[in-house]
Design a protein around this ligand. Sequence first.
Ligand SMILES: [Zn+2]
Length: 394
Amino acid sequence: MIQISAAAADAQAVSLHERLFTIDTHIDTPTASLMRAGWDLGGRHDYAADHSQCDLPRMREGGIDALVFAVYVGQLARTPEGLRLAHERALRCFERTHEVLQANAGACALALSAEDGLRLKAEGKRAIYLSIENAYSLGRDAGNVAKFCQLGVRMLGLTHMLNNDVADASTDPRGAEWGGLSPLGREIVAEANRCGVVLDASHASDDALRDLLECSRAPVVLSHSGPRAVADHPRNVGDELLRALAAKGGVLQINALPVSLVNAPGHGRTAGIAEVLLRFKDAVLSPETLAAEDVAYDVVCAAHPNPPVTFADFIRHIEQAVNVMGIDHVGIGCDFDGGGGAFEGLRDVTDYPNITRALLQRGWNEADLAKLWGGNTLRVMRATAKASDGSPPS
Ligand SMILES: [Zn+2]
Protein backbone atom coordinates (compact mmCIF):
# COMPACT_ATOMS: atom_id res chain seq x y z
CA MET A 1 0.00 0.00 0.00
CA ILE A 2 2.80 2.38 0.98
CA GLN A 3 4.69 1.48 -2.18
CA ILE A 4 1.67 2.22 -4.38
CA SER A 5 1.13 5.64 -2.85
CA ALA A 6 4.85 6.43 -3.13
CA ALA A 7 4.70 5.50 -6.82
CA ALA A 8 1.62 7.66 -7.30
CA ALA A 9 3.29 10.61 -5.57
CA ASP A 10 6.33 10.15 -7.76
CA ALA A 11 4.23 10.08 -10.94
CA GLN A 12 2.51 13.25 -9.76
CA ALA A 13 5.86 14.97 -9.13
CA VAL A 14 7.18 13.98 -12.55
CA SER A 15 4.06 15.19 -14.33
CA LEU A 16 4.10 18.49 -12.43
CA HIS A 17 7.79 18.92 -13.24
CA GLU A 18 7.05 18.36 -16.95
CA ARG A 19 4.20 20.88 -16.89
CA LEU A 20 6.10 23.72 -15.20
CA PHE A 21 8.31 26.08 -17.18
CA THR A 22 11.77 25.23 -15.86
CA ILE A 23 14.96 27.23 -16.31
CA ASP A 24 18.47 27.02 -14.83
CA THR A 25 20.28 30.34 -15.16
CA HIS A 26 23.89 29.20 -15.16
CA ILE A 27 25.51 26.31 -16.99
CA ASP A 28 28.99 26.30 -18.50
CA THR A 29 28.29 23.94 -21.43
CA PRO A 30 29.64 26.27 -24.19
CA THR A 31 33.13 26.50 -22.71
CA ALA A 32 33.25 23.08 -21.06
CA SER A 33 31.78 20.97 -23.87
CA LEU A 34 30.95 22.81 -27.09
CA MET A 35 34.53 24.01 -27.56
CA ARG A 36 35.74 20.38 -27.43
CA ALA A 37 36.43 19.16 -30.96
CA GLY A 38 33.78 16.73 -32.12
CA TRP A 39 31.62 16.98 -28.98
CA ASP A 40 27.95 16.63 -29.99
CA LEU A 41 25.21 18.41 -27.99
CA GLY A 42 22.62 16.22 -29.75
CA GLY A 43 24.16 12.96 -28.48
CA ARG A 44 23.79 11.44 -25.05
CA HIS A 45 26.93 11.64 -22.95
CA ASP A 46 27.83 10.30 -19.55
CA TYR A 47 29.43 12.21 -16.67
CA ALA A 48 31.52 9.18 -15.72
CA ALA A 49 32.97 9.02 -19.23
CA ASP A 50 33.63 12.67 -20.14
CA HIS A 51 32.62 14.79 -17.10
CA SER A 52 29.94 16.58 -19.09
CA GLN A 53 26.66 17.24 -17.27
CA CYS A 54 24.44 18.47 -20.09
CA ASP A 55 23.32 17.59 -23.61
CA LEU A 56 19.96 17.68 -25.38
CA PRO A 57 18.88 14.09 -24.61
CA ARG A 58 19.68 14.58 -20.93
CA MET A 59 17.87 17.96 -20.91
CA ARG A 60 14.77 16.16 -22.17
CA GLU A 61 15.16 13.44 -19.57
CA GLY A 62 15.55 16.04 -16.80
CA GLY A 63 12.46 17.95 -17.92
CA ILE A 64 14.41 21.21 -18.15
CA ASP A 65 12.87 23.62 -20.65
CA ALA A 66 15.51 26.33 -20.71
CA LEU A 67 19.13 26.85 -19.79
CA VAL A 68 21.28 29.95 -19.76
CA PHE A 69 24.48 28.89 -21.52
CA ALA A 70 27.37 30.92 -20.09
CA VAL A 71 30.20 31.90 -22.37
CA TYR A 72 32.96 31.94 -19.77
CA VAL A 73 36.33 33.39 -20.58
CA GLY A 74 39.03 32.81 -17.99
CA GLN A 75 40.86 35.88 -16.87
CA LEU A 76 44.45 36.42 -17.94
CA ALA A 77 46.35 39.65 -18.65
CA ARG A 78 44.39 42.90 -18.40
CA THR A 79 46.57 44.44 -21.11
CA PRO A 80 45.24 45.58 -24.51
CA GLU A 81 46.52 42.35 -26.08
CA GLY A 82 45.15 40.19 -23.24
CA LEU A 83 41.75 41.84 -23.52
CA ARG A 84 41.69 41.55 -27.30
CA LEU A 85 42.46 37.83 -27.19
CA ALA A 86 39.79 37.25 -24.51
CA HIS A 87 37.23 39.14 -26.61
CA GLU A 88 38.12 37.06 -29.67
CA ARG A 89 37.81 33.85 -27.65
CA ALA A 90 34.31 34.89 -26.53
CA LEU A 91 33.38 35.58 -30.16
CA ARG A 92 34.61 32.14 -31.21
CA CYS A 93 32.61 30.56 -28.42
CA PHE A 94 29.43 32.41 -29.50
CA GLU A 95 30.03 31.37 -33.09
CA ARG A 96 30.48 27.73 -32.08
CA THR A 97 27.37 27.82 -29.88
CA HIS A 98 25.25 29.26 -32.71
CA GLU A 99 26.56 26.55 -35.07
CA VAL A 100 25.61 23.87 -32.57
CA LEU A 101 22.12 25.31 -32.01
CA GLN A 102 21.63 25.50 -35.78
CA ALA A 103 22.77 21.89 -36.20
CA ASN A 104 20.19 20.83 -33.59
CA ALA A 105 17.39 23.13 -34.75
CA GLY A 106 14.81 20.37 -34.47
CA ALA A 107 15.39 20.04 -30.73
CA CYS A 108 16.42 23.47 -29.47
CA ALA A 109 16.75 27.13 -30.39
CA LEU A 110 18.22 30.39 -29.20
CA ALA A 111 15.83 32.31 -26.93
CA LEU A 112 16.02 36.09 -26.59
CA SER A 113 13.01 36.91 -24.42
CA ALA A 114 10.73 35.46 -21.77
CA GLU A 115 8.13 34.81 -24.48
CA ASP A 116 10.65 32.90 -26.62
CA GLY A 117 11.22 30.48 -23.74
CA LEU A 118 7.51 29.82 -23.28
CA ARG A 119 6.91 29.49 -27.02
CA LEU A 120 9.75 27.01 -27.45
CA LYS A 121 8.42 24.91 -24.56
CA ALA A 122 5.02 24.84 -26.30
CA GLU A 123 6.79 23.69 -29.48
CA GLY A 124 8.54 20.91 -27.56
CA LYS A 125 11.97 22.47 -28.05
CA ARG A 126 14.62 23.37 -25.48
CA ALA A 127 15.25 27.11 -25.11
CA ILE A 128 18.87 28.20 -24.90
CA TYR A 129 19.64 31.67 -23.60
CA LEU A 130 23.15 33.10 -23.73
CA SER A 131 25.09 34.88 -21.02
CA ILE A 132 28.66 35.88 -20.48
CA GLU A 133 30.51 35.03 -17.30
CA ASN A 134 33.24 37.60 -16.64
CA ALA A 135 32.92 41.01 -18.31
CA TYR A 136 36.68 40.74 -18.92
CA SER A 137 35.75 39.52 -22.42
CA LEU A 138 34.04 42.88 -23.14
CA GLY A 139 37.45 44.57 -22.98
CA ARG A 140 37.37 48.23 -21.98
CA ASP A 141 34.56 49.18 -24.36
CA ALA A 142 31.03 49.44 -22.97
CA GLY A 143 29.87 49.47 -26.60
CA ASN A 144 30.65 45.76 -26.70
CA VAL A 145 27.56 45.12 -24.56
CA ALA A 146 25.41 45.98 -27.60
CA LYS A 147 27.66 43.82 -29.80
CA PHE A 148 27.24 40.80 -27.51
CA CYS A 149 23.53 41.55 -27.20
CA GLN A 150 23.26 41.32 -31.00
CA LEU A 151 24.92 37.92 -30.73
CA GLY A 152 22.09 36.83 -28.45
CA VAL A 153 23.44 37.61 -24.97
CA ARG A 154 20.67 38.43 -22.50
CA MET A 155 22.59 38.08 -19.20
CA LEU A 156 25.92 39.57 -18.20
CA GLY A 157 28.03 38.32 -15.27
CA LEU A 158 30.30 41.12 -14.09
CA THR A 159 33.26 39.14 -12.80
CA HIS A 160 34.69 35.70 -12.27
CA MET A 161 37.00 34.94 -9.30
CA LEU A 162 39.44 37.85 -9.71
CA ASN A 163 38.86 41.61 -9.86
CA ASN A 164 38.62 42.90 -13.42
CA ASP A 165 38.26 46.32 -15.05
CA VAL A 166 34.54 46.35 -14.31
CA ALA A 167 34.16 45.32 -10.67
CA ASP A 168 35.69 43.60 -7.66
CA ALA A 169 35.28 39.86 -7.22
CA SER A 170 34.32 38.14 -3.97
CA THR A 171 37.28 35.74 -4.03
CA ASP A 172 40.27 37.84 -5.14
CA PRO A 173 43.05 37.14 -2.59
CA ARG A 174 44.31 40.74 -3.06
CA GLY A 175 41.05 42.22 -1.74
CA ALA A 176 39.16 45.14 -3.28
CA GLU A 177 40.56 47.15 -6.16
CA TRP A 178 37.63 49.48 -6.88
CA GLY A 179 35.56 49.26 -3.71
CA GLY A 180 32.67 47.87 -5.81
CA LEU A 181 31.98 48.83 -9.43
CA SER A 182 34.64 50.73 -11.40
CA PRO A 183 33.70 53.79 -13.53
CA LEU A 184 33.74 51.48 -16.59
CA GLY A 185 31.53 49.07 -14.62
CA ARG A 186 28.94 51.81 -14.15
CA GLU A 187 29.02 52.56 -17.90
CA ILE A 188 28.54 48.86 -18.63
CA VAL A 189 25.59 48.66 -16.23
CA ALA A 190 23.92 51.64 -17.97
CA GLU A 191 24.56 50.07 -21.36
CA ALA A 192 23.19 46.68 -20.29
CA ASN A 193 20.07 48.43 -18.94
CA ARG A 194 19.70 50.25 -22.26
CA CYS A 195 20.09 47.05 -24.29
CA GLY A 196 17.82 44.93 -22.10
CA VAL A 197 20.53 42.60 -20.80
CA VAL A 198 19.99 41.16 -17.29
CA LEU A 199 22.85 42.03 -14.93
CA ASP A 200 24.33 39.17 -12.90
CA ALA A 201 26.42 39.76 -9.77
CA SER A 202 27.37 36.15 -8.96
CA HIS A 203 31.12 36.14 -8.15
CA ALA A 204 31.11 39.92 -7.59
CA SER A 205 32.04 41.35 -4.18
CA ASP A 206 29.40 42.49 -1.72
CA ASP A 207 30.27 46.13 -2.48
CA ALA A 208 29.97 45.52 -6.22
CA LEU A 209 26.51 43.99 -5.69
CA ARG A 210 25.58 46.96 -3.48
CA ASP A 211 26.71 49.41 -6.19
CA LEU A 212 24.86 47.44 -8.84
CA LEU A 213 21.62 47.48 -6.85
CA GLU A 214 22.01 51.22 -6.48
CA CYS A 215 22.68 52.11 -10.11
CA SER A 216 20.83 49.50 -12.22
CA ARG A 217 17.47 50.63 -13.62
CA ALA A 218 16.34 46.99 -13.83
CA PRO A 219 16.22 44.14 -11.29
CA VAL A 220 19.40 42.06 -11.08
CA VAL A 221 20.14 38.40 -10.46
CA LEU A 222 22.75 36.25 -8.82
CA SER A 223 22.72 33.52 -11.47
CA HIS A 224 24.55 30.93 -9.33
CA SER A 225 25.04 31.86 -5.67
CA GLY A 226 23.63 30.99 -2.26
CA PRO A 227 22.74 32.34 1.19
CA ARG A 228 25.75 32.93 3.43
CA ALA A 229 23.64 32.11 6.50
CA VAL A 230 23.78 28.42 5.48
CA ALA A 231 27.39 28.32 4.28
CA ASP A 232 29.87 31.05 5.07
CA HIS A 233 31.65 31.13 1.72
CA PRO A 234 32.60 34.33 -0.14
CA ARG A 235 30.55 33.20 -3.17
CA ASN A 236 27.42 33.36 -1.01
CA VAL A 237 25.58 36.49 0.10
CA GLY A 238 24.38 37.69 3.53
CA ASP A 239 20.77 38.26 4.51
CA GLU A 240 20.86 42.05 4.38
CA LEU A 241 22.08 42.15 0.77
CA LEU A 242 19.70 39.36 -0.21
CA ARG A 243 16.80 41.45 1.12
CA ALA A 244 18.09 44.44 -0.88
CA LEU A 245 18.25 42.21 -3.99
CA ALA A 246 14.63 41.18 -3.39
CA ALA A 247 13.51 44.78 -2.74
CA LYS A 248 14.84 45.61 -6.21
CA GLY A 249 12.79 42.77 -7.73
CA GLY A 250 15.79 40.51 -8.26
CA VAL A 251 16.35 36.76 -7.92
CA LEU A 252 18.93 34.59 -6.16
CA GLN A 253 19.43 31.45 -8.25
CA ILE A 254 20.62 28.63 -5.98
CA ASN A 255 24.03 27.20 -6.83
CA ALA A 256 25.05 23.55 -6.37
CA LEU A 257 28.81 24.19 -6.11
CA PRO A 258 29.85 21.78 -3.31
CA VAL A 259 32.38 24.05 -1.64
CA SER A 260 29.78 26.81 -1.23
CA LEU A 261 26.99 24.48 0.01
CA VAL A 262 28.37 23.64 3.45
CA ASN A 263 30.49 25.36 6.08
CA ALA A 264 34.01 24.06 5.54
CA PRO A 265 36.26 26.35 7.57
CA GLY A 266 39.84 26.42 6.37
CA HIS A 267 38.93 24.51 3.21
CA GLY A 268 41.63 25.50 0.74
CA ARG A 269 39.92 24.76 -2.56
CA THR A 270 38.58 28.22 -3.38
CA ALA A 271 41.72 30.03 -2.21
CA GLY A 272 43.86 27.51 -4.10
CA ILE A 273 41.97 28.05 -7.35
CA ALA A 274 42.17 31.83 -6.90
CA GLU A 275 45.94 31.50 -6.39
CA VAL A 276 46.22 29.55 -9.67
CA LEU A 277 44.32 32.33 -11.46
CA LEU A 278 46.64 34.93 -9.91
CA ARG A 279 49.67 32.98 -11.08
CA PHE A 280 48.43 33.45 -14.66
CA LYS A 281 47.27 37.06 -14.27
CA ASP A 282 49.91 38.42 -16.68
CA ALA A 283 49.74 35.61 -19.23
CA VAL A 284 48.04 36.00 -22.59
CA LEU A 285 45.72 33.46 -24.12
CA SER A 286 47.38 30.62 -26.01
CA PRO A 287 46.89 26.84 -26.13
CA GLU A 288 50.03 26.52 -23.98
CA THR A 289 48.70 28.94 -21.34
CA LEU A 290 45.37 27.13 -21.16
CA ALA A 291 47.09 23.74 -20.86
CA ALA A 292 49.43 24.95 -18.11
CA GLU A 293 46.53 26.51 -16.23
CA ASP A 294 44.55 23.27 -16.49
CA VAL A 295 47.44 21.29 -15.00
CA ALA A 296 47.79 23.75 -12.08
CA TYR A 297 44.02 23.67 -11.53
CA ASP A 298 43.97 19.86 -11.42
CA VAL A 299 46.81 19.86 -8.86
CA VAL A 300 44.87 22.22 -6.56
CA CYS A 301 41.63 20.26 -6.95
CA ALA A 302 43.42 16.99 -6.15
CA ALA A 303 44.99 18.57 -3.04
CA HIS A 304 41.63 20.04 -1.95
CA PRO A 305 38.83 17.69 -3.00
CA ASN A 306 35.26 18.94 -2.63
CA PRO A 307 33.86 18.63 0.90
CA PRO A 308 31.20 15.93 1.26
CA VAL A 309 27.78 17.44 0.53
CA THR A 310 24.29 16.03 0.20
CA PHE A 311 21.22 16.81 -1.82
CA ALA A 312 19.60 17.93 1.46
CA ASP A 313 22.28 20.67 1.74
CA PHE A 314 21.16 22.05 -1.62
CA ILE A 315 17.50 21.99 -0.58
CA ARG A 316 18.45 23.79 2.65
CA HIS A 317 19.88 26.66 0.54
CA ILE A 318 16.61 26.97 -1.40
CA GLU A 319 14.46 27.05 1.72
CA GLN A 320 16.73 29.44 3.62
CA ALA A 321 16.69 31.83 0.64
CA VAL A 322 12.89 31.66 0.50
CA ASN A 323 12.69 32.36 4.25
CA VAL A 324 14.87 35.46 3.90
CA MET A 325 13.74 36.84 0.53
CA GLY A 326 10.29 35.42 -0.05
CA ILE A 327 9.12 32.96 -2.69
CA ASP A 328 9.16 35.60 -5.47
CA HIS A 329 12.93 35.98 -5.37
CA VAL A 330 14.52 32.53 -5.57
CA GLY A 331 15.40 30.38 -8.58
CA ILE A 332 17.75 27.62 -9.72
CA GLY A 333 21.32 28.01 -11.05
CA CYS A 334 23.20 24.77 -10.45
CA ASP A 335 26.48 25.65 -12.23
CA PHE A 336 26.58 22.31 -14.03
CA ASP A 337 29.60 21.92 -16.34
CA GLY A 338 31.31 24.54 -14.16
CA GLY A 339 31.89 22.65 -10.93
CA GLY A 340 28.31 22.42 -9.65
CA GLY A 341 26.48 19.23 -8.70
CA ALA A 342 28.19 15.89 -9.38
CA PHE A 343 26.92 14.56 -6.05
CA GLU A 344 24.17 12.06 -5.29
CA GLY A 345 20.78 13.50 -6.25
CA LEU A 346 22.21 16.24 -8.45
CA ARG A 347 24.70 14.52 -10.75
CA ASP A 348 23.74 16.25 -13.99
CA VAL A 349 20.75 17.84 -15.78
CA THR A 350 18.76 14.59 -15.64
CA ASP A 351 18.39 15.12 -11.88
CA TYR A 352 16.30 18.31 -11.92
CA PRO A 353 13.07 16.37 -11.14
CA ASN A 354 14.61 15.42 -7.77
CA ILE A 355 14.30 19.09 -6.76
CA THR A 356 10.58 19.18 -7.56
CA ARG A 357 10.06 15.81 -5.86
CA ALA A 358 11.88 16.87 -2.67
CA LEU A 359 10.10 20.21 -2.36
CA LEU A 360 6.67 18.59 -2.92
CA GLN A 361 7.49 16.17 -0.12
CA ARG A 362 8.32 19.15 2.05
CA GLY A 363 4.88 20.63 1.44
CA TRP A 364 5.52 23.06 -1.41
CA ASN A 365 2.55 23.77 -3.68
CA GLU A 366 2.44 24.09 -7.46
CA ALA A 367 2.23 27.90 -7.48
CA ASP A 368 5.42 28.24 -5.44
CA LEU A 369 7.25 25.63 -7.50
CA ALA A 370 6.23 27.49 -10.67
CA LYS A 371 7.81 30.68 -9.30
CA LEU A 372 11.02 28.94 -8.23
CA TRP A 373 11.41 27.03 -11.49
CA GLY A 374 10.76 29.83 -13.94
CA GLY A 375 8.22 32.47 -13.02
CA ASN A 376 10.64 34.60 -11.05
CA THR A 377 13.30 34.52 -13.75
CA LEU A 378 10.80 35.30 -16.51
CA ARG A 379 9.62 38.28 -14.44
CA VAL A 380 13.20 39.66 -14.28
CA MET A 381 13.63 39.15 -18.04
CA ARG A 382 10.41 41.03 -18.75
CA ALA A 383 11.24 43.85 -16.32
CA THR A 384 14.69 44.18 -17.89
CA ALA A 385 13.25 44.35 -21.41
CA LYS A 386 10.71 46.92 -20.22
CA ALA A 387 13.39 49.08 -18.58
CA SER A 388 15.48 49.05 -21.78
CA ASP A 389 15.14 51.70 -24.46
CA GLY A 390 12.53 49.51 -26.09
CA SER A 391 14.59 48.37 -29.04
CA PRO A 392 16.80 45.53 -27.86
CA PRO A 393 18.93 44.35 -30.78
CA SER A 394 17.78 40.99 -32.10
ZN1 LIG B 1 30.79 30.76 -11.86
